[in-house]
Design a protein around this ligand. Structure first.
Ligand SMILES: Nc1ncnc2c1ncn2[C@@H]1O[C@H](COP(=O)(O)OP(=O)(O)OP(=O)(O)O)[C@@H](O)[C@H]1O
Length: 304
């Protein structure tokens, strides 16, 4: 559904995208992550025909983004970061305007509007003006609008930014419902790594280059092993003891205690608890998260 080959974009002498190549399959949720300034927006703007690439080839739904712009635009929907609804219009008027712009046939407009509003649970707000909507309702209406012309690919640029946790969870419910119903391809950026977990595959971009591309599970497995957060009565002494007696991938002392990376926590912990002489006051085992992956690959938090 998306084919990107050797894509480059320069702004004067500055190269923002340095030759990235990837494909996204139909029906896939593709998470696109990177620290601030990595080149994500530049890439999305090119994929959605808003920006011209310096070189390389990009096809969406089989159409070239520079030579067949209109065909590409008919194939995609975009949910932007900022609110782009017309506040003085009602939900219905906003959606009707979009139907006209996208040439949805006159006889199907009403049914389509009813259908997308039902997906995001806004049926009862059809005739309400948008300025009276809450932040979460506006987001839902934007999602509904993005779907009106049945796009093959939906670009979601931070779809839940600025929303409270409950509304965020709801937005994701709608998005997943859609994926199941329509087999739509979704290209997603987010700064919430827990949200990125729902992606089938995740790409990590840094300094204009794609530095990782795999399933969330495999990315985390690549880090190898489990993480143990340890507190003892004397962390300095415990660290020395650990380095002397146990085989760990990494042991880091910090203000709250010691973070250990071990190959297999199940095997490690039972012997560790028996043999460590410094008294343990707290122990927490966790699997590596996408945050650990992101930190290890980019050396930065997702939001600097
Ligand atoms: N029109 C432009 N002119 C000059 N430089 C630009 C332009 N647009 C983007 N850049 C630069 O290109 C780099 C990539 O920017 P981009 O907006 O793609 O990053 P991003 O990954 O989307 O970051 P964020 O997470 O902050 O949105 C940045 O260094 C940015 O300053």
């Amino acid at each position: 559904m998306i084919e990107v080959s050797e894509l480059r974009k320069s702004f004067k002498s500055f190269e923002a995208v340095k030759g990235s190549s990837f494909t996204v399959e139909e029906g896939e949720i593709f998470g696109f992550l990177g620290p601030n300034g990595a080149g994500k927006s530049t890439t999305i703007n090119i994929l959605s025909t808003m920006l011209k690439p310096t070189s390389g080839e990009v096809k969406i739904n089989g159409y070239d983004v520079t030579k067949q712009k209109n065909k590409v635009r008919e194939s995609i929907g975009i949910i932007f970061q900022e609110n782009t609804l017309d506040e003085k219009l009602t939900a219905k008027e906003n959606l009707m305007l979009h139907c006209k712009l996208y040439r949805v046939p006159k006889k199907s407009r009403k049914a389509r509007i009813d259908e997308v509003l039902a997906i995001v649970d806004l049926t009862d707000n059809l005739n309400q003006t948008v300025e009276k909507f809450s932040g979460g309702m506006k987001r839902r209406l934007e999602i509904a609008r993005g779907l009106l012309h049945y796009p093959k690919v939906l670009f979601l640029d931070e779809p839940s930014v600025g929303l409270d946790p409950q509304t965020r969870a709801h937005i994701w419910e709608y998005i997943l419902k859609l994926k199941e119903k329509e087999n739509m391809t979704m290209f997603l950026t987010t700064h919430y790594l827990d949200e990125a977990e729902i992606s089938d595959r995740i790409a990590i971009m840094d300094h204009g280059e794609m530095i990782a591309l795999d399933t969330p599970k495999r990315l985390k497995a690549q880090l190898g092993g489990d993480v143990i957060e340890l507190q003892t009565t004397d962390n300095q002494a415990a660290l020395e003891e650990i380095n002397e007696k146990f085989s760990v991938i990494e042991a880091t002392l910090h203000e709250e205690g010691i973070t250990l990376k071990v190959k297999n926590s199940d095997e490690f912990v039972s012997t560790f608890m028996k043999q460590l002489e410094t008294p343990v006051t707290g122990l927490d085992i966790r699997k590596p998260t996408l945050n650990d992956v992101f930190l290890s690959m980019t050396g930065r938090e997702i939001r600097d």
